[in-house]
Design a protein around this ligand. Sequence first.
Ligand code: SAM
Length: 210
Amino acid sequence: MRMRKLKWAEPFLATQSVIVRNCDEMAGQWRRLLNQEELHVEIGSGKGDYWIKMSELYPNAGWIGIEKNVNVAAIALKKVENCEHLNRRFIVDDAQAIDSWFAKDEVDVIHLNFSDPWPKKRASKHRLSHASFLKRYEQILKPEGKLIMKTDNVKLFEFSILEFQNNGWLLDEFSVDYRRDEHPEDVITEYEHRFMELNQPIYRAVWHKA
Ligand code: SAM
C-alpha cells in the first residue's frame, strides 16, 4: 500500500489512547487489559475496517490490530477517534517483533487479510506467511489456535499453502472462491471490496499448528 505522507498522522497518533506503545511489557497481559478470554490479532490492518467491525461484531472477544504504516494507521484510528475501545487495541509497528509482544500460547486467532505479496523472490522474507513469521506465530498461538488468511493473490496463496505445509501446520479449511457464498460472520476488508467489485475470486485458508 503506497500512500503519501500525511502531516497530521504522527501528532494525531500521539494522542490516541487505543494505541499500545509498551508492547514488550504487555506479553501475557492482553486478556486482562481487554477483560476478554479470547484474543484475536490482525496483522496488516490497513485502514482498519476489519479490526473495527469485527471487534463490534464480536464484543466478547479481544481484538488487536497491527499496522506498521503510520499514515494508514492514522486513517484507521480516525474512524474510531471518539469511540470506546473496550475490547480492542492497536499497535503501530512492524509485526516482526510480534513474538516479544505476546506470550507463548496467548493468542487464539491470527488474521492475515490481503497481505502485501512481495512478488520478487529476494523479498519473500517480508511476506507475512514466510517461514520466519510462521515460527513467531507458532510461539504465540495457543495449541488449538488458528491462523486465517484471505488474499486475492493466487501466487501468494500458493506460496503460503506450501510454506505452512513445509513448516508442519495443518490445513483445516480451503476456498478458492470464498465470497461465492454469503459470509455475514466475516467482515469484508477494504482491499476485499475492491477485488470483489472487479469480480476477482477471494482465496481463503485456515490452519492450525501441529
Ligand atoms: N488488511 C487490509 C485490507 O485487507 O484492506 C490492508 C491490506 S494492505 C495490502 C497490507 C497492509 O499490511 C499494509 O497497510 C501494510 O503496511 C501492512 N503490513 C505489511 N507488512 C507488515 C508488517 N510486517 N507489520 C505490520 N503491518 C504490515
